[in-house]
Each structure stands twice: as structure tokens, then as C-alpha cells.
Design a binder for this molecule. Structure first.
Ligand code: NAD
Length: 389
């Protein structure tokens, strides 16, 4: 099949197997070009197939030599339509891991469910004995609870309407969006989906079964961001969930002897999840412009390398105990430049003040398109196996 991108709103419904493989390969090459990290050797990554979770898995495997078990929720190809990008990423990851003699197995299923947790526990017990690290990098719009009901997360404010600029990326036009307040029930549901309850369920189950090494570390990822996104992010419904995630990190460290839980606050980047948030894509496009000009721009893999090679080994936490990978994003001069551009930006000066092309490049590359060295006119086999599945 000749695979072309089919963009619908903020997602692409096709993915390119060779391009996704190339993307994973380039991330591995980046990690291998940097000094090795003396990190954990047995790692469980929950949400391992795209974005920050994929880069975490790549970094921990290829920099630290870790055996990894990944958990993801991805769609294989049925021969007529392509698999999802995360499926192809994982097939490539396992292929490269095997070539380097690294253990890598993946579970494809709903990480919120008891069954998937039990399956992961069985794999750890049988193959690795215990894990030294658990990375929790789920980003999901919904969660099915044990009783079968499904709750959804919303991206809304918690008090009043918030109106600000946004971008229609398809037409490259600046527009305005009003984010409306969530109801109490919507906030509670968002906390259920993106808060820390499920993270703690994972740690409880692994701890009960004796599958956590005596000084195991667990991390979950968060975002705080600048004031202009606060009403709908940090102070919004998702922010409530992230605060819950943070409180959960404290509970885990207190309640499970030997286990230390961290929140790593990462940089705003184009991923399948962030593309869905209002206002944020315009902020990211301006941020990319400013940080690329400064020479401080990073993608997921650079962020995750810095986390596991520098921030975590140094336990470099802020006043609340969080690891700050958003340090360069939040530099006062970066934020001042972003704010100036934010105030000035119009349809006419868009390309001068924002890196819309850079946004789109990252977007396409997430799905394996626009990768250098890939022949997109060539016929490709879309049914690709993930070796361990
Ligand atoms: P992503 O959409 O790229 O990745 C989500 C992962 O979760 C995928 O591997 C997917 O398969 C998996 N997943 C989703 N639902 C699942 C389910 N029910 N069962 C099993 N796996 C499931 O997202 P991302 O942007 O990398 O986000 C990961 C974390 O990083 C989130 O906590 C997010 O808030 C945080 N973060 C993101 C940004 C950003 O700008 N993208 C910035 C800071 C922090």
C-alpha cells in the first residue's frame, strides 16, 4: 500500500510504518550519541508507545541498558487500514532492542483494567523478577471503571469562561476560543481519568505481589505552563487532575516503604494529546520559535535523556519536590518573548512570530510522515508484527 497522511482535525488517521520506524531509529541514535546513563535495569513503562512514554522507554533501554515492559493501547492493521503510529513505533522499538540484545516485551490493552495489571505483573514475575522503575505516562480521554462505566476527561476551566487567542492550524488563521467551565461532575471525572488513582493502583498491585525492587522509583509526568494557559490548564479541570497526580506521588512515597515517587514537569510539545488542547497549539508554535532561536529547543527524546541522565540522578527537585524539565521553557526571557509575540500575533505576521511549519513537521512525524530518508512513493507492507505480541 502507498500510505498517505489523512489529517482529520487534530489527528491523523493513517500512520506510515517505515516513517515510524525511522522516527524511533533517530531517537535511538540521539540517545546513543550521548554519554551512557547508569540508570535502572528493569523498567515498566505504562503508556509506552508514543510521546513522552515512548521516549522514556527508548532512553532507559538504549542509554541505561534497561530491560523494558511496555503497556500501550494501540490498533494493529487489518490489512486495509494502517496500524496506529504507536503500534508501528513499538514494532520498531522491539526490533532495535532485540538487535542490541535488550529484553523488550509489550502488552496491548487497557492499562486501567485489572486484567492488564495482572498480565504485566505476571510478565514481571516470570521474566524480570522485579522492576526498579515504573514510568506512568498515560494520556487518555477516558477510563472504564471496574463496574463497567466509562468516564471522560474534559479540558475546561473550573470557574468562569476564558477567552483567548488560538490557532486554526489547518487554515493558519488566528481565531478566538472561549473555554467554558466544567461542572463538578466533569471535574471529578477528569480527576478519575488523569489523576493519580490508577497510578497508585498499579503501585499497590506490584507492591502486594513483591514485584518492586527495595528502592524502586516511580515517575508520572505533568505540565504547569505559563499564566496565559493557567485558566484552562493548571487552574482548569486537567490541572485538578494533575494536582491529584502530585498528591498521589506523596502518598506513594509515604505508603510504600522503599518506593520513591516523583512528578516530572515536562516541556510543552506536540504530541497526540497536546494537539487536542485549545490555546496550547498556538502557545507551542510561538514557544518553538523562541526556543529554536535561542538554541534551547528540545523534543521528547532530548527531554527524557536530560531527565534520566541529569535531573533524576541529581534528585534536582523544586520547592514542592517536582523534577522540572520545563526549566528552559519557563526561563523569564523565554516567557517574556513568548508573551510579546502572543500580544502582537495576527494572520499577517504569523510566520515571523510562530513556528507553524515546525509544529506541522512534528505533527506529521508523530505519524511517520515527513521523515528524511523515507521513500513515501514506495509500496509498504502495513501489516507489521510487534514481535512480543
Ligand atoms: P501521548 O498521547 O503521546 O501518549 C499516551 C500513551 O498512553 C500512549 O502510549 C498510549 O498508547 C497510552 N494509552 C492511552 N490510553 C491507554 C490505556 N487506556 N491503556 C494503555 N495505554 C494507554 O501523550 P503524551 O503527551 O506523551 O503524554 C504522556 C504524559 O505526559 C501525560 O501525563 C501528559 O499530561 C504528560 N505531559 C505532556 C506534555 C505535552 O506537551 N505533550 C507536557 C508535559 C507533560
Amino acid at each position: 500500500m502507498i500510505v498517505e497522511p489523512k489529517v482529520r482535525g487534530f489527528i491523523c488517521t493513517t500512520a506510515h510504518p517505515t516513517g515510524c520506524r525511522e522516527n524511533v531509529k533517530q531517537q535511538i541514535e540521539y540517545v546513543k550519541s550521548r554519554p551512557k546513563t547508569d540508570g535502572p535495569k528493569r523498567v515498566l513503562v505504562i503508556g509506552s508507545s508514543t510521546g513522552y512514554g515512548l521516549s522514556s522507554r527508548i532512553d532507559l533501554a538504549f542509554s541505561s541498558g534497561a530491560a523494558t515492559i511496555g503497556v500501550m493501547f494501540e490498533r494493529p492493521s487489518n490489512g486495509k487500514r494502517t496500524a496506529s503510529a504507536g503500534w508501528y513505533n513499538t514494532a520498531a522499538f522491539e526490533e532495535f532492542a532485540q538487535a542490541d540484545g535488550l529484553y523488550a516485551k509489550t502488552i496491548n490493552g487497557d492499562a486501567f483494567s485489572r486484567e492488564v495489571k495482572e498480565e504485566a505483573a505476571g510478565l514481571i514475575a516470570g521474566d524480570l523478577g522485579q522492576v526498579d522503575m515504573v514510568v506512568y505516562s498515560l494520556a487518555s480521554p477516558r477510563r472504564t471503571l471496574a463496574d463497567g462505566t466509562t468516564v471522560s476527561s474534559v479540558l475546561k476551566t473550573t470557574d468562569k469562561d476564558y477567552t483567548n487567542k488560538t490557532i486554526d492550524l489547518a487554515s493558519r488563521r488566528i481565531t478566538e476560543v472561549t473555554v467554558t467551565p466544567a461542572t463538578e461532575a466533569e471535574i471529578a471525572d477528569t480527576v478519575k481519568v488523569m489523576g493519580g488513582e490508577d497510578w497508585k493502583d498499579w503501585i499497590s498491585l506490584l507492591s502486594e505481589k513483591g514485584l518492586l525492587a527495595p528502592d524502586a522509583v516511580t515517575l508520572a509526568y505533568s505540565y504547569l505552563g505559563p499564566e496565559l494557559t493557567h485558566p484552562m490548564y493548571m487552574d482548569g479541570s486537567i490541572g485538578r487532575a494533575k494536582e491529584h497526580l502530585f498528591q498521589t506521588s506523596r502518598e506513594i512515597s509515604q505508603e510504600f516503604p522503599g518506593v520513591t515517587a516523583y512528578i516530572s514537569v515536562n516541556k510543552a510539545l506536540v504530541t497526540q494529546s497536546s494537539a487536542a488542547i485549545p490555546i496550547v497549539p498556538l502557545y507551542i508554535s510561538i514557544l518553538y520559535k523562541v526556543m529554536k532561536e535561542q538554541g534551547t529547543h528540545e523534543g521528547c527524546i532530548e527531554q527524557m535523556y536530560r531527565l534520566y541522565a541529569e535531573k533524576l540522578p541529581a534528585r534536582a527537585v523544586d520547592g514542592r519536590g517536582m523534577l522540572r524539565l520545563d526549566d528552559w521553557e519557563m526561563e523569564p526571557d523565554v516567557q517574556a518573548a513568548v508573551l510579546r509575540a502572543w500580544d502582537e500575533i495576527t494572520d499577517e505576521n504569523l510566520d515571523r512570530l510562530a513556528d507553524i511549519d515546525g509544529y506541522w513537521e512534528d505533527f506529521y512525524q508523530m505519524f511517520g510522515f515527513h521523515m528524511d530518508g523515507v521513500d513515501y512513493a514506495a509500496d509498504v507492507e502495513v501489516e507489521v508484527a510487534v514481535p512480543s505480541l
